[in-house]
Design a protein around this ligand. Structure first.
Ligand code: BV8
Ligand code: ZN
Length: 241
């Protein structure tokens, strides 16, 4: 079906829905200029996220991992939210019951005005002490790298979920609860390879939700989509609000 017809169909379904969950990935921030994880431009020099975003990498070389996060913070601080972020903030205001579950750690959804946001992989602007567990927000990297906790002197780490680490239980349970009761689920700008987020669509399907995928290309989860909107999130999402 042509994209225009598909968009019309999804708009109608959204108008009838009494609960909507949107799952976003790096593709939603791509048009703000934030590099995606698995795009051809890669994320940093020729390191892969799977090599740097791990407790082992941090253990081995906290300074290198902090350099990566400092570089990403600097880049994110300079970018603007794009129409995809703004459309999702508008959808939250329009919908009776809307939850935004994001894998992105860039904080751009909140910056665009979204408030019901579940940051399942953490937030790049938060740091956590590796010993006393204290979590604080800081908008510039405490230099010198790697930063130390003011209270107990131990290493501070990004408050981000790395590969091999559990997602925060309360946030994960809330996300799954919403998915199991939603009427429409939108999966936007995610390659659907990272677990457990890549299985979220199954929770929605099991509870009879109408599932929509918005992406430049198909993904392993396209087979579960009732509607597939191929194109840029920043162009498609504003047409759904
Ligand atoms: C866990 C924080 C339980 C870092 C991230 C085998 C071996 C080892 C591990 C595993 C394994 N199998 C499964 C696992 C578990 C692992 C995993 O899934 N690995 C994958 C790689 C196979 N998962 C975990 O470890 C998770 N924890 O499972 O805990 C456990 C505990 C102990 C032991 C075992 C299990 C933790 C996962 C969280 C990892 N942290 N981020 C950081 O950001 O610094 S994940 C990282 O990938 C980002 O958060 C990112 O959001 C996420 C997903 O990537 P995407 O957002 O989808 O981005 P990507 O670049 O991939 O795709 C972009 C998409 O956008 C593309 O489809 C593209 O077409 C599209 N696009 C581009 N432009 C646009 C667009 N679409 C629309 N418009 C555009 N303009
Ligand atoms: Zn401490």
């Amino acid at each position: 079906m042509a994209l225009d017809d598909e968009i019309k169909r999804v708009r109608e379904v959204l108008e009838q829905a009494d609960s909507v969950v949107a799952l976003t990935g790096a593709g939603v921030s791509a048009e703000s200029g934030v590099p995606t994880f698995r795009g051809e431009e890669g994320l940093w020099k020729n390191f892969r996220a799977e090599e740097l975003a791990t407790p082992e990498a941090f253990e081995r070389n906290p300074e290198l991992v902090w350099e990566w996060y400092a570089w990403r913070r600097e880049l994110i601080a300079k970018v603007e939210c794009n129409p995809a972020h703004h459309a999702l903030a508008a959808m939250e205001r329009q919908q009776r019951n809307f939850t935004l579950v994001t894998q992105n750690v860039d904080g751009l959804h909140r910056r665009a005005g979204s408030t019901r946001v579940l940051e399942i992989h953490g937030n790049i602007w938060m740091v956590r002490c590796t010993r006393c567990g204290k979590v604080t927000e800081n908008l510039e990297v405490p230099l010198p790298l790697p930063p130390l906790c003011k209270d107990c002197g131990a290493l501070l780490r990004p408050h981000i979920v790395w590969f091999g680490e559990m997602l925060p239980r309360d946030i994960l349970e809330e996300a799954i609860g919403r998915l199991q009761h939603c009427k429409v689920m939108l999966a936007i700008g995610t390659s659907s390879v990272v677990q457990p987020a890549a299985s979220f669509v199954l929770h929605a399907k099991q509870s009879g939700a109408f599932t929509v995928e918005i992406n430049l290309a198909t993904t392993p989860n396209s087979q579960f989509a009732d509607a597939m909107l191929i194109g840029k999130a920043a162009e498609i999402l504003p047409r759904l609000t």
